[in-house]
Design a protein around this ligand. Structure first.
Ligand code: SAH
Ligand code: SF4
Length: 344
């Protein structure tokens, strides 16, 4: 029998499972208490009898991440290369803001979506991460840096909605008060636009922020840079976003990577303005970061501000994103799958 991944289980699941083994309730509570404190071995659960620890080891295992490499940038952004139990490698980034520490985590080893401007997409896809492996990214960084992570963004490797059930379970675990207790409003899930899953997410009624990587105002441009657009076009995507805001009353954040002579013209700005006018949303304009074998350049600062001004004429709130950790390739789209060293 396969051992169960205990850090990916809800308290109720552990309770039910252990009750069948005639383990007393107060012992189950002790085990869960250790798990939520970040303990990753039964041997460390010192208030349990040795015999019980040995018994538990036969049925359960701890999946987590190990630090393989760590880089600290000049702006004190920290980037980790983590290895998983099967030697797959993922990356995560911690950024310090005025309001606390924000961590950008990975949800998959690699990514299937193949967006043309993104390094992760270039490396191909290996596998989905389990909830335990996502939790462990946060716990490992907290322990290593002696900090508490207050915000989580799903902007590392992978497409979170392509690993839907594990990501939802992870969200439910880390937001629960007896676990990491991270406020749902401090979590942003970023997607390239897996439309059927946006409808599913709306039904979950979580208070998280949804970020949608739109990057183009029409199908012509979007299909050129994002393969997913051939499956769900811009209109279908926007319809799912409108549904999401109606169901949750939460503002959507649209990500828009500024690529010189591809999506940064005045026409594109006007088209985007018309598309999003009247929606409960915010637009983040992101200067394109250098990525693997991508021939495009970022738009000039002038063109980015010109674009922003046009959006404001349509009463759309837009900000230009500051890029942190550029010197260590920790910025968006620079995370890449590489077994030997931190990308770059
Ligand atoms: N797969 C999800 C989340 C991970 S990517 C998604 O696509 O939304 C996180 C963000 O980085 C996305 O908005 C993505 O479009 C952006 N990104 C990817 N490559 C980039 C690059 N070279 N420069 C700037 N942003 C990039
Ligand atoms: Fe995958 Fe997001 Fe990169 Fe696209 S931008 S390839 S969806 S990680």
């Amino acid at each position: 029998m396969d051992k169960k991944d205990i850090k990916s289980m809800f308290f109720e699941e552990i309770f039910e499972d252990m009750s069948k083994k005639f383990i007393e309730s107060y012992r189950v509570c002790q085990v869960y208490d250790w798990i939520t404190k970040g303990t990753a071995s039964f041997d460390d659960m010192t208030n349990l009898p040795k015999a019980l620890r040995e018994e538990l080891k036969l049925s359960y295992r701890f999946l987590g991440v190990r630090i393989k490499e760590k880089k600290v940038s000049l702006d004190s952004t920290v980037k980790y290369l983590f290895s998983l139990y099967d030697e797959e490698v993922i990356e995560a980034v911690i950024m310090k803001y005025k309001h606390g520490y924000s961590m950008c985590i990975s949800t998959q080893a690699g990514c299937k979506m193949g967006c043309a401007f993104c390094s992760t997409g270039k490396g191909g896809f290996s596998r989905n991460l389990f909830p335990s492996e996502m939790i462990s990214q946060i716990e490992t960084a907290q322990r290593d840096l002696g900090i508490k992570i207050s915000n989580v963004v799903f902007m590392g490797m992978g497409e979170p909605l392509d690993n839907y059930s594990n990501v939802i379970k992870f969200l439910k675990l880390i937001t629960s008060p007896d676990h990491l207790n991270i406020g749902a409003r401090h979590i942003s899930l970023s997607t390239c636009g897996i439309v059927d899953k946006i409808y599913s997410l709306a039904r979950e009624k979580l208070q998280i922020t949804l970020s949608v990587s739109l990057h183009a105002p029409n199908d012509g441009i979007r299909s050129k840079i994002m393969k997913i657009n051939n499956k769900w076009g811009v209109n279908e995507l926007i319809a799912s976003c409108k549904h999401y805001t109606q169901q949750t009353n939460r503002r959507i954040s649209f990500e828009y990577v500024m690529i010189k002579d591809v999506n940064d013209s005045l026409d594109s700005a006007n088209e985007l303005g018309k598309l999003l006018q009247g929606m409960l949303c915010h637009v983040n304009l992101i200067p394109l970061n250098n990525s693997l074998s991508c021939e495009w350049q970022t738009s000039s600062p002038n063109d980015i501000y010109r674009f922003k001004n046009v959006l404001e004429k349509y009463k759309i709130n837009a900000t230009v994103r500051r890029t942190l950790g550029k010197d260590i390739n920790g910025a968006c789209g620079q995370l890449r799958y590489n077994r030997t060293q931190i990308g770059g």
